[in-house]
Ligand binder design. Structure first.
Ligand code: ATP
Ligand code: SF4
Ligand code: MG
Length: 329
């Protein structure tokens, strides 16, 4: 890979995706742009329905079409435009260069095939291993995620939820993907197992220099794993920056709302402040700032037209007319 591309290993520009059913058009992703440098992790955080999974599936090129349609945008991985690739070319990219850990790990496993053989299948698809070499490598992958290789011949139902998720991660990592899309990898797990899986993801990042997008609605998960953060609301990124920018200087009213709705560290009796109201109807997004119906700082100007991203400090971007501009405050 050319040196100058390192900062733009993955580059998504102006991505727009809709789902059309009958006459309803769901505006799921509305002009999203971001970059993931080589070896770094981007946290994509936002409420349910914000468009997170749709973005990941766009990169994997596994959106169901119909109803999904990419209306515009570019997705470059290591200098190649993924949106111009044929389905055959994408077969090589998937599981080879990019792997995805799906939101529901249980559906990613076949109950009738042993966990070892499921990892083996992925390996054989993308490598010229003999069966024997592949089995050895699959056993090593199990060990990497903390499962003894002797359990190769067991079936998914013989594993706990956390271990199944580890198997899914082993499958995703079996071909040393250069980009890993992890969609809520720990949501289904209890807190202790969650911590173990996050540790594992962090270890693998160091070991394999994997670039990652970690999708979550949980800022705690972001804090433990990510270098950069993009906050997404109603299909648009409303704030992005380094983890420190977002955690130490949250600026967009929606980002602040997310932090205020976190269980306080101060004590169990502290009041939570969930963001009032509901996300907007994606078939009928508000004109102007999509957050305006819920925003405590909204003024008439917020509802007039598109709100552009502004760089409020180097590398820290925010889409709010009242932040970093003349309506500040
Ligand atoms: N197959 C589909 N057909 C129609 N609409 C869809 C489809 N998949 C997703 N959507 C809609 O697109 C929008 C974005 O959904 P998406 O699954 O990307 O959100 P998300 O941020 O991943 O949410 P969650 O946190 O619940 O996983 C939502 O309004 C959703 O209802
Ligand atoms: S643009 Fe207006 S409505 Fe939107 S977040 Fe900023 S203050 Fe709130
Ligand atoms: Mg999702």
């Amino acid at each position: 890979m050319a040196e100058h591309n390192k900062e733009e290993f993955l580059s998504v520009s102006n991505l727009e995706v809709v789902y059309t059913q009958a006459r309803r058009v769901v505006h799921a992703v509305n002009g999203v742009s971001f970059k993931v440098p080589k070896g770094s992790t981007l946290g994509l955080v936002g409420e349910t329905g914000a468009g997170k999974t749709t973005i990941a599936k766009s990169i994997m090129r596994i959106l169901p079409d119909p109803p999904a349609k990419i209306l515009q945008g570019e997705i470059y991985l290591d200098g190649e435009n993924l949106l111009n690739k044929t389905e055959n070319e994408m077969l090589d990219v998937r599981g080879g260069k990019i792997a995805m850990i799906f939101q529901d790990p249980m559906t990613a496993l076949n109950p009738l095939i042993t966990v070892g053989d499921q990892i083996l299948e992925v390996l054989l698809l993308h490598n010229s291993y003999s069966r024997e070499e592949g089995m050895k490598r699959a056993g090593e992958m199990l060990e990497t995620v903390g499962i003894p290789a002797e359990r190769y011949g067991e079936y998914p139902h013989q594993f706990s939820g956390g271990m199944k998720q580890r198997v899914v991660i082993a499958m995703a990592l079996a071909c040393s993907p250069e980009l890993l899309l992890a969609d809520e990898p720990t949501t289904a797990l209890d807190v202790t197992i969650q911590a173990q899986v996050l540790d594992l993801i962090n270890d693998l990042k160091v070991k394999f220099q994997t670039s990652m997008i970690l999708i979550t609605h949980d800022l705690g998960v972001i804090a433990q794993t990510c270098d950069n953060v993009a906050v997404i609301y109603a299909g648009s990124i409303v704030e992005s920056g380094t983890k420190e920018d977002i955690f130490d200087h949250p600026t967009h009213p929606y980002t602040n709302g997310l932090f205020d709705s976190l269980p306080s560290m101060a004590g169990e009796d502290e009041m939570l402040h969930p963001i009032a109201g509901m996300p907007p109807d994606p078939t009928d997004l508000p004109k102007g700032c999509a957050f305006s119906p819920r925003c405590p700082h909204a003024v008439d100007a917020c509802r007039k037209g598109p709100v552009p991203m502004k760089e409020i400090s180097p590398g820290h971007f925010c889409a709010c007319i009242r932040k970093g501009g003349e309506l500040d405050g």
